[in-house]
Design a protein around this ligand. Structure first.
Ligand code: NAD
Ligand code: UFG
Length: 338
């Protein structure tokens, strides 16, 4: 199966390409390298023995996409490309709507013109807003509290309308919980530019000495220890979820929606402890005020994906922290420029 992977040089996309190649699929990558480096390609090749086709360009460039699709001969698209920082989206809403919403519309137009009818979209648990209860099932009401989340919700709504109007299309919305971890080889991992927004890369940068201490955003939530609880999922389990979606739903017309999570919640302090154990390094932290927009707890009910995609997360918190540490300690400043 040949599959176009937009954003395939990024964190989740690169791990998904490795898993695809291992499973005998052929990813064709499109990425503008806005938030990734070209050296990722060499790491994919080192791990798999295959250097995937890579087209450098922007998904908002229709002529570029048309030429890629004319050449690549793909039967499906996995769409990772987009911007993902919640705080930045509040400062730069135009960029987020342009990249995430407009970019997706251009991509789907190009797919329609090329006769490609199968799409898997990277959505997020953020579309559940502040859920009334946990665990979260796919039929929970959706809402958004920031432009990033709203852009994901808008795309979900656009794709729902598009699928209705073009019933021959297969569109799968995958709502990720909190992706963390790295390839166990230590060759690939998360490489955020600037100060990390997310918990796991921040913890690992403290452990490796790049940052002094972690700020724990709030210890007065109604949770096990007062700190925020999330459903952390190993990036390779998440990657495998895309393969399962392609295999089981990619050729079935319709709109398909799945949570990709483990069904387990861990607090910030539990993650700090797990990481310290794996790395054998004390992770310094200080309690700080709550971060605006954060919710107390969020974890998935992953039963629908298990039943229909025959997929479930198998990797443990120790796998997530150990693999992150292997990557971070071997690559303290992330990927090389080239
Ligand atoms: P990432 O930034 O590592 O990867 C995204 C890739 O897309 C980057 O390589 C970037 O250069 C590329 N890109 C961005 N805009 C582009 C454009 N207009 N044209 C071509 N390429 C473009 O992010 P990630 O963590 O791998 O996330 C992938 C997707 O999953 C995103 O859509 C994100 O919103 C979604 N998601 C991520 C998380 C998370 O916590 N990482 C959670 C839920 C959903
Ligand atoms: N946290 C800290 N200190 C930090 C960073 C995070 O205490 O420096 C805490 C947060 O308050 C939260 C938890 O760690 O309780 C997880 O925070 P992240 O920023 O890692 O993740 P979020 O759950 O806030 O959001 C992430 C992605 C979103 C995505 C969402 C889906 O950033 O894009 O998961 O669940 F939509």
């Amino acid at each position: 199966m040949r599959v176009l992977v937009t954003g395939g040089m990024g964190y989740i996309g690169s791990h998904t390409c490795v898993q695809m190649i291992e499973a005998g699929m052929t990813p064709v990558i499109v990425d503008n390298l806005y938030n990734s480096k070209k050296s990722v390609l060499g790491r994919i090749e080192k791990l798999t023995g295959v250097s995937p086709a890579f087209y450098e360009g922007d998904i908002r460039d229709r002529a570029f996409l048309d030429s890629v699709l004319a050449e690549a001969n793909v039967e499906a698209v996995i769409h990772f490309a987009g911007l993902k920082a919640v705080g930045e989206s509040v400062e730069k809403p135009l960029e987020y709507y342009d990249n995430n919403v407009h970019g997706t519309l251009v991509l789907v137009e190009a797919m329609r013109a090329a006769g490609v009818n199968s799409l898997i979209f990277s959505s997020s648990a953020t579309v559940y807003g502040d859920p009334a209860s946990v665990p979260i099932t796919e039929d929970f009401p959706t809402s958004a509290t920031n432009p990033y989340g709203r852009s994901k919700l808008m795309v979900e709504e656009c794709l729902t309308d598009i699928q209705k109007a073009h019933p021959e299309m297969s569109i799968t919305l995958l709502r990720y919980f909190n992706p963390v971890g790295s390839h166990p080889s230590g060759e690939m991992g998360e490489d955020p530019q600037g100060i990390p927004n997310n918990l796991m890369p921040f913890i690992s940068q403290v452990a490796v000495g790049r940052r002094e201490y972690l700020s724990v955003f709030g210890d007065d939530y109604p949770t096990v220890d007062g700190t925020g609880v999330r459903d952390y999922i190993h990036v390779l389990d998440l990657a495998d979820g895309h393969l399962a979606a392609l295999t089981h739903k990619g050729r079935e017309a319709g709109l398909h929606i799945y949570n990709l999570g483990t069904g387990n919640g861990f607090s910030v302090l539990q993650m700090v402890e797990a990481f310290s154990q794996s790395a054998g390094v004390e992770v310094a932290y200080q309690i700080a005020p709550r971060r605006p927009g954060d919710i107390a707890e969020c974890w998935a009910d992953p039963a629908k994906a298990k039943a229909e995609l025959k997929w479930e997360a198998t990797r443990t918190i120790e796998d997530m922290t150990t693999d992150t540490w292997r990557w971070q300690s071997a690559n303290p400043t992330g990927y090389p420029e080239l």
